[in-house]
Design a protein around this ligand. Sequence first.
Ligand code: ZN
Ligand code: ZN
Length: 412
Amino acid sequence: MTAQLCKRCSAAEAVFVSRKEPFCRPCFVRYIRGKERKQMAPYKVTYPPRSSSPTPPVRLLLALSLGASSVALLEMLVEHLRDQIETHRGATGFAVTAVHVDCSSVSAYSRSPAAAIDELRDKFGDICTFDIIPLDDFLLNSSDELGVFSHGPDLESYSFTSPAAADDTEALPHTVKSDILDKVRDRTSKRDLLSTIIKTLVVCAAVKHDSPTLLFGDTMSRLAERVLSLTAKGRGASIPASISDNYSISESVVQLFPMREIMRAEAGEYAAMQGFAEYIIKPAVTPAAVLRMMTIDDLLVNYFREIEAGFPSIVSTVVRTADKLKDTTAEMDMACAICGVKCASEPEKWLQNITVNTSAVENPQEPSDSDTLTKDKDILCYGCLVATKSASFTWPCPPRSTKEEIISQYEL
Ligand SMILES: [Zn+2]
Ligand SMILES: [Zn+2]
């Protein structure tokens, strides 16, 4: 059997087949980087009119989960910056700060994320900067640092302590503090709330680092999963807010998905080819063995893993179609207290009219004086309402702090 030749250069032996096309290593690397550079085109080195000194670089914040895609994106950004430095005599169009939210209190990494970040800092500290945020910052109610996040009852008695928290077990916390995610019974809701917490932390980090753009390593496969998952979770209205480039996710920060044209398998292969596999240490989400126990996200990961190999166009169709959806929430004046998505009116009222369920956002400690409740109650979107409905206490809501408020927390 003769070795298959790379279809691009017709010279080297193919080492990887993607979208049914055989690639040699250099051609594959160029192909994948080309997709990233297309998305990052606005961040080239520019010169003001009649000036020979370039415009100062824009600081971009990379949400580095240490999964294959964000690690691949980090490598591409580093190479992109190196090319700019070489071509423009040291000047760059952007600067990168990579931020990792340390989730080791809720899920087991394959090795210490702090050690991995230290190694990355040693290796690329001259090109970009790194920051690590403990997940518990979300709960540090009265701390001087990121304490602007949460308000709610007795937050000091909660923590992210149970390794099983993001999993399906009914494991009870053994520590004095009880695990906040254990208060939510449903697996899908748990996962949903955890991702909202992580996103809140990285958005806050972007504000803190004065970065107007937050980069996410989500691949086309991940974006497609998110479209279907949001739909299934009753969060369809927030699809544009969750997958669109340049969408404002806070007063001063927009999001960008430079990997939106790249499949998950391609990102994994790329990271491995470039020798970055050792930094892919994100806790592998082990889907429940029993179908009944799977979260919506587990089911969709499995679904897209199968179709992205054989029918890649289906994946891109899901994302492109969803990207055309009109954002009907942009004009709305109320925002969900938990995830920050805009909502039209109180979905809870509408829900109460059709069901007899009460939500968990009312403080059980407080007398049910309806005046206090309506005055102080936070508005939740339908998705967060469903996610916290199984919580047995008031879920903490991150107040949407202004940029000034967040920065003032950091002043010495
Ligand atoms: Zn080739
Ligand atoms: Zn919400």
